[in-house]
Design a protein around this ligand. Structure first.
Ligand SMILES: Nc1nc2c(ncn2[C@@H]2O[C@H](COP(=O)(O)OP(=O)(O)OP(=O)(O)O)[C@@H](O)[C@H]2O)c(=O)[nH]1
Ligand SMILES: [Zn+2]
Length: 309
């Protein structure tokens, strides 16, 4: 029967069928890995799998096949520079929780996330949390960022998880979708999840009872069914997703507001830095592309190593 991976702890997985049956599952034998990626984990949260319940053990099952992925997101693996760890698969959208205070999310961090998501064709909603502690300075910054990112085409929201302000709007955005949630430590992901799923008490459920060694599983992603329909993938401990498999000349495609200018550059392999006749730079100078976004672009560009083909 078919099931979805809800949690991965390495060698064991929690899977759920369409009818809501949950199993602890393990992989049968060695699977051929997905061919387009060299990953350290063959299956990730969100993957669709085929399972066979084990005879005489109602709670256990074997994973016998893995379905094709619609999309996936990776982080670089601690086990080697060129190895990737799949964080989650088959998402409809991602939310990035940001804060303008305690702690302050940098625009560079936001832009790196947006590039990664765009490269994987995942729409992003930016949720700014901790509205209750914003003063004039932070509100001005929020309005500036809201205008910038909505202008590019992203949805932007302002909430307070603590005061449960804006939670209904968040629920509406998440309804019936599979959403990856990310953000720096301390921005209030757990608080928001607890608002969305009262009674879950995230901290206690993060400790896995059955494996007996669940205390250190907080770095693995986990999926939750939302009461109003839809699913949420929490990615605790994943600070940043890898900008992988992006060529330098491709990066500007993932700065969505640069797209209309790309065909107008004099050189078709223009990297929009020093080239003459660059339409992107002209748009920055004309104020049509934000200078901050351009700085993010140039900064990320420097971190991309040119691959040898
Ligand atoms: N003032 C204010 N504080 C908040 C809000 N949301 C969360 N916090 C506080 O921010 C701190 C971090 O919140 P968490 O929900 O644990 O944040 P997290 O993103 O899950 O952090 P990690 O577990 O480290 O990944 C806690 O002290 C919360 O009480 C908010 O809307 N307003
Ligand atoms: Zn150019």
């Amino acid at each position: 029967m078919q099931a979805t991976i809800y949690k991965s702890t390495g060698s064991w997985y929690v899977v759920k069928t369409a009818t809501g049956e949950t199993f602890q599952a393990r992989m049968k034998g060695i699977f051929k890995k997905n061919e387009d990626i060299t990953s350290t984990n063959p299956v990730a949260v969100g993957d669709l799998v085929e399972i066979e319940p084990e005879e005489g053990d109602a709670a256990n099952a074997m994973i016998t096949a893995i379905g094709d992925r619609r999309n996936y997101i990776v982080r670089s693996s601690p086990h080697g520079r060129n190895k990737k760890h799949i964080v989650a698969a088959n998402m409809d959208q991602a939310v990035l929780i940001c804060t303008l205070k305690e702690p302050r999310t940098s625009q560079g961090f936001i832009d790196r996330f947006l590039v990664t998501a765009a490269a994987y064709h995942i729409p992003v909603i930016l949720i700014f949390n901790k509205k209750d502690i914003y003063r004039e300075k932070e509100m001005e910054k929020y309005e500036e960022l809201e205008e910038l990112y909505t202008g590019i085409g992203y949805q932007v929201m302002l909430i307070s998880a603590k005061e449960e302000d804006g939670i209904e709007e968040v629920k509406a955005v998440l309804k019936d979708k599979t959403t990856l949630m990310s953000g720096h430590s301390g921005v209030g992901k757990s608080s928001l999840i607890n608002d969305l799923m009262p009674g879950l008490d995230l901290r206690t459920t993060a400790v896995s009872g059955w494996s007996g060694k669940g205390l250190h599983t907080t770095t693995s992603a986990e999926m939750y069914d939302l009461p109003g329909g839809g699913r949420l993938i929490d990615t605790p401990g994943v600070r940043e997703f890898g900008i992988v498999d992006i060529a330098k000349t491709e990066l500007s495609h993932y700065f969505l507001e640069m797209q209309p200018y790309l065909d107008e550059c004099q050189f078709n392999n223009c990297m929009h830095i020093n080239e003459p006749g660059c339409a992107v730079k002209a748009a920055v100078e004309a104020g049509d592309i934000s200078i901050d976004r351009y700085v993010s672009y140039a900064t990320i560009l420097e971190t991309i190593e040119e691959k040898e083909y």
